[in-house]
Design a binder for this molecule. Structure first.
Ligand SMILES: [Mg+2]
Length: 398
């Protein structure tokens, strides 16, 4: 323990007299309007709802700053606990922060940890003049993306299997070569299976297709029914099929034995050790990770390297600048998830970027790819006035 503390001191009190110890962390919850999204995540033109996000800014004694906007607003208390646990730590000591945070939140799901870790990576990159992907050794500059839709639902733009096909055609025209449907939320497998087979017939020769039930199907038999449709339609993967919460390794091993379509589980499995346990119990084919959910870029790259050791691919959940930098440094991955999108062209992501960064449907290139941000750190800048104006909570740890 003493050795660890001495190590930290040697690292942060540098020869030039500057100190990279973390001296202040600010956290905000802010809200923004989501247009084109109705109740239950259904694509509805003209509908309006509200979404909240976390924003974090970290400062060191010598004035370096790092920031990040993302994560889950309901994890503010966890993020605040993380902030307190890393205050005074060297801002470059991300592995030590990871260990402290992991212990600090050992009784929680650790959903508040990611924003702190990612802001530390942003700070380090800005101080070193390197992008996060460069720090990770990444060389990719463009990432193949899939359009990840809103849920099927009555009265919306994705209310029928045919509507999903029409939207897939539209996405193909924009450049996408991957398309993932989120099924209906009523728990019935019938329309989901119908939409899966129709998508396979109409666009399966031109796009990688995925189905995400997001745990809405009720039981194993229903999951099997939609899975057999995925087999018929040659789907690329079948994600979180049913209401076990995407957690039950035994049942998904059984599903994997009965289906040809690869299973993707893990969006609701938190962190390296749990993801390793699920994977080694044969509960999934693709490994899942998310910098917002799995203790940041540090935690995500540990999961990616675990998957690499097994010869498996790691697919990142959800979009964002941290996700792009991680994917740029991963060999064993396939697609960037550009979610949530639909014919109404509503906005899922917060309008907080002042640098042109965006994860909207139309941001895809003709090559079916999105760019990895350039510039130091995460390579993005935020509208802090917007965040402050729309703040619902503001916490300062110093
Ligand atoms: Mg999902």
């Amino acid at each position: 323990m003493d050795g660890l503390r001495q190590d930290e001191a040697a690292h942060s009190e540098r020869a030039d007299g500057r100190s990279s110890r973390i001296s202040r962390i600010e956290l905000w919850i802010f809200s923004y309007p989501m247009v084109g999204v109705g109740p239950g995540g259904v694509d509805v033109t003209g509908a309006r709802s509200e979404r909240t996000r976390l924003a974090v800014r970290i400062e060191t004694r010598d004035g370096a700053q790092g920031s990040y906007v993302g994560g889950q607003a309901n994890a503010l208390s966890q993020a605040t606990a993380c902030a307190r646990s890393v205050l005074g730590l060297d801002a470059f000591a991300r592995e030590q922060a990871y260990e402290r945070i992991r212990r600090q939140l050992r009784k929680e799901d650790r959903m508040g940890a990611g924003v702190i870790d990612i802001a530390m990576w942003d700070l380090a990159g800005k101080r070193m003049g390197l992008s996060v992907s460069q720090m990770l050794g990444g060389t990719k500059t463009r990432l193949p993306a899939y359009a990840s839709t809103w849920f099927g639902g009555e009265g919306g733009g994705l209310s029928t299997p045919e509507a999903f096909v029409d939207f897939a055609e539209e996405c193909h025209g924009l450049g996408y070569r991957g398309f993932k449907m989120h099924g209906w939320t009523d728990g019935s497998p019938v329309r989901d299976a119908e939409a899966v087979r129709l998508l396979g017939r109409k666009v399966g020769d031109r796009m990688a297709l995925m189905h995400d039930a997001a745990c809405h199907l009720r039981n194993f038999a229903d999951a099997l029914e939609v899975g057999r449709a995925c087999d018929d339609a040659n789907f690329f993967w079948y994600e979180d099929p049913y209401s076990d919460g995407g957690l039950a390794a035994h049942s998904h091993r059984r599903l994997r034995e009965m289906l040809r379509t690869p299973i993707l589980l893990g969006e609701h499995v938190r962190g390296l050790e749990s993801m390793a346990t699920l994977t080694l119990a044969d509960g999934t084919d693709f490994v899942r990770a998310d910098p917002d959910f799995d203790i940041g870029i540090t935690g995500t790259m540990k999961i990616a390297h675990f998957a690499e050791a097994l010869g498996l691919d790691c697919e990142l959940h959800a979009p964002g600048p941290a996700h792009r930098h991680c994917m740029a440094a991963m060999r064993n991955t396939n697609f960037y998830e550009l979610s949530m999108v639909g014919p109404s062209r509503g906005n899922f992501n917060a309008p907080v970027y002042t640098c042109g960064y965006s994860d909207a449907l139309d941001d895809i290139g003709e090559d079916g790819c999105v760019p990895v941000p350039e510039g130091p750190g995460l390579g993005v800048s935020y509208d802090w006035d917007y965040i402050a104006r729309n703040a619902k909570s503001h916490v300062v740890v110093e």
